[in-house]
Design a protein around this ligand. Structure first.
Ligand code: FAD
Length: 373
């Protein structure tokens, strides 16, 4: 079967590998130029914590080792109190159960390599989908691809494929923004070494706000602030930025020489939960489905968006197994996964309160000390 996947992000690439293994002919359409050549946008590097859910999907295609070759294991989280006290909380009593820090761009590059190396996969960069017509895909610049039988939207939270499905009566859709935004900052290496322990996801819980930091192979950390939009906007001079960090995040401020310029130069991202139901429709004879963030974008506080999208690929592969590669029936079966993604969407929202507030509370830390005694 010829299948078109819109979006060569993490999930689109992995899905292409799964479908190619089943013998399908896959064309991946990606709006950007090849990201392996152009690199990440300033302040949008995004480090991911990849966990067993995601690794399991990679392993099934023999990609886990290569995809995670640059990843840094984080077996626990390190809480930074305002007075500099550090508290390590292990994620598991088994130290092998770590989550892994990896740059989204690096992982995407490796998955693109894997997709391109798979028999039957073609990648078309510079193809921004603008519409789905009568058996056609329409792209910016007037490019039209005809004869489309199966189209899968893996084009992320602001999916153009989903937007087309939303126009059809019977498609439910909701989007829920948080009053919070996120901004990336960097902690460069300190005298050539990591400024903090690289074996942890670092968290500075500050009640309404928090900062996290994940280690990179070059011994820097990528920090992400999750703050209310008004708090992010309030720091509008270098002096205010330095003063605020000096007061609230003093141990980090000390090792952030470019803090004020990073803060001023890096964009603010939005945090949104998207829900759509159903994830598949037939449009003028073309079967159209959704996967990954296009189907269920979630806030990042459980570190499960990409992991969940990888698990989607495993589940769709299973549905194709169960239906003998009948895509219409497989996409219908795949809808059963929505119950799970609704749960993770809710857990991700709840975990924001836990991370920014509860993990640093005296009651929580006392409880942890009892558990470890
Ligand atoms: P995307 O990665 O968004 O890829 C979509 C692709 O489609 C892109 O390449 C895009 O260019 C392309 N595209 C978009 N529109 C079009 C169009 N019209 N035509 C053609 N192509 C198009 N997840 C985790 O598992 N762990 C984490 O720790 C984690 N941390 C995160 C931290 C932050 C700050 C954020 C914002 C997200 C985080 N996530 C995390 C979530 C994770 O990044 C996403 O869930 C994941 O990237 C989704 O993959 P995707 O392929 O579905 O979508």
């Amino acid at each position: 079967m010829e299948v078109s996947i819109v979006g060569a992000g993490l999930v689109g690439c992995l899905l292409a590998c799964f479908l190619a293994r089943r013998g399908h002919e896959v064309t991946l359409y990606e709006r950007r130029p090849d990201p392996r050549l152009s690199g990440a946008e300033r302040g949008r590097s995004i480090n991911l914590a990849i966990s067993e859910r995601g690794i399991d999907a990679l392993r099934r295609l023999g990609l886990a080792e290569e995809a995670l070759s640059d990843a840094i294991p984080m077996p626990g989280r390190m809480m930074h109190a305002v007075d500099g006290t550090l508290t390590f909380q292990s994620y598991s009593s088994d130290q092998r159960h770590a989550i892994n820090s990896i740059s989204r761009g690096a992982l995407n590059g490796k998955l693109l390599d894997a997709a391109e190396a798979s028999d039957g996969v073609r990648v078309r960069f510079g193809h921004r989908l603008t519409g789905i017509g009568d058996g056609t895909l329409e792209f910016e610049g007037g490019i039209v691809e005809k004869g489309q039988q199966v189209v899968i939207g893996a084009d992320g939270a602001y999916s153009a494929v989903r937007a087309r499905l939303q126009q059809m009566p019977g498609t439910d859709f909701s989007q829920e923004y948080l009053d919070y935004g996120y901004k990336e900052l960097t902690i460069p290496p300190k005298l050539g070494e990591f400024a903090f322990d690289p074996g942890a996801l670092h968290i500075w819980p500050r009640g309404r706000s928090m900062m996290i930091a994940l280690p990179n192979p070059d011994r820097s950390f990528t920090c992400t602030l999750f703050w209310p939009h008004d708090a992010l906007a309030a720091l509008d001079t270098p002096e205010k930025v330095r003063a605020h960090f000096g007061k609230e995040y003093p141990d980090a401020a000390e090792v952030m020489p470019h803090l004020a310029s990073d803060y001023a130069g890096n964009p603010v991202g939005h945090l949104v939960t998207m829900r759509c139901d159903p994830w598949y429709r037939t449009l003028n004879g073309t079967l159209v489905g959704l996967i990954g963030d296009a189907a269920h974008a979630i806030v990042p506080f459980y570190g499960q968006g990409a992991n969940c999208g990888f698990q989607d690929c495993v589940e769709l592969d299973r549905c194709l197994d169960e239906t003998g590669d009948d895509f219409a029936r497989a996409l219908e079966l795949f809808q059963r996964r929505k119950a799970d993604t609704d749960v993770i969407a809710r857990l991700a929202l709840d975990n924001f309160v836990e991370m920014r507030d509860k993990v640093g509370s005296r009651a929580f830390l006392a409880q942890k000390r009892v558990e470890h005694a």
